[in-house]
Design a binder for this molecule. Structure first.
Ligand SMILES: Nc1nc2c(ncn2[C@@H]2O[C@H](COP(=O)(O)OP(=O)(O)O)[C@@H](O)[C@H]2O)c(=O)[nH]1
Ligand SMILES: Nc1ncnc2c1ncn2[C@@H]1O[C@H](COP(=O)(O)OP(=O)(O)O)[C@@H](O)[C@H]1O
Length: 179
């Protein structure tokens, strides 16, 4: 399970785990608009508020004025062929999952040494200026910059300043899990 503020590299780490360790990325649902390059059913299931409300979600949050939630159908895809799942959540969702699944789940909290790099990363990812502004000023983004007390001592904190170093830390974590 990967959590942390916008731009800290959650999606990058999830994609790395998918490619390098053949994990199944859990596709969650959102009412926000797709970003350039995002595909329905790959990055998210893009929903309307009406279609979102019809889903049987395990948990649901509001983040920067949009709804996000995870469904049983999304989670079961990985279980069918015995692969480990990787899911990307805000810290509220991460707390919910950690409390429900306990030791069955490995929690990674991503952060950076200097938060000012985050807006640049969102910009280079192709996010629109207005979306970046709204995101950086949202209460949820501000909250997710800090490891919540509920995850202290449970989450593996990785400072993602340098992608090469982050990859090595993920590899070490994976090796420790397999022991
Ligand atoms: N609790 C919860 N959070 C989710 C879910 N899907 C995505 N998120 C989180 O919602 C937040 C906003 O996601 P997104 O708009 O893709 O922005 P990003 O963090 O900049 O990639 C991120 O913290 C995601 O991890 C979900 O199903 N449940
Ligand atoms: N260590 C890093 N150094 C520079 N850019 C990075 C690093 N890690 C991720 N990125 C880039 O920053 C942007 C945001 O990363 P992303 O994985 O989408 O973050 P999140 O899912 O947490 O919002 C992407 O364009 C990604 O390629």
């Amino acid at each position: 399970m990967i959590t942390g503020a916008a731009g800290t590299g959650k999606t990058s780490v999830a994609n790395y785990l998918r490619k390098q360790y053949h994990m199944m990325k859990v596709i969650t649902h959102t009412t926000r608009q797709p970003r350039p390059g995002e595909q329905n059913g790959v990055d998210y299931f893009f929903e309307t508020p009406t279609s979102m409300n019809k889903l049987h979600l395990l948990e649901k949050v509001e983040y920067d004025h949009h709804l996000y939630g995870s469904s049983m159908e999304g989670l079961q895809r990985g279980w069918q062929d015995g692969r480990d799942d990787v899911i990307v959540l805000d810290t509220a969702g991460a707390i919910t999952y950690e409390q429900q699944l306990g030791t069955k789940v490995v929690v990674i909290f991503l952060t950076v040494s200097n938060v000012r790099v985050l807006s640049r990363r969102l910009y280079s990812r192709g996010d629109r200026q207005a979306a970046i502004h709204s995101r950086l000023h949202s209460a949820e983004y501000q909250r997710d910059l800090t490891l919540p007390d509920e995850l202290a001592g449970k989450a593996h904190v990785i400072v993602n300043d340098d992608w090469q170093v982050t990859r090595e830390k993920i590899d070490q974590l994976m090796a420790a899990q397999q022991r």
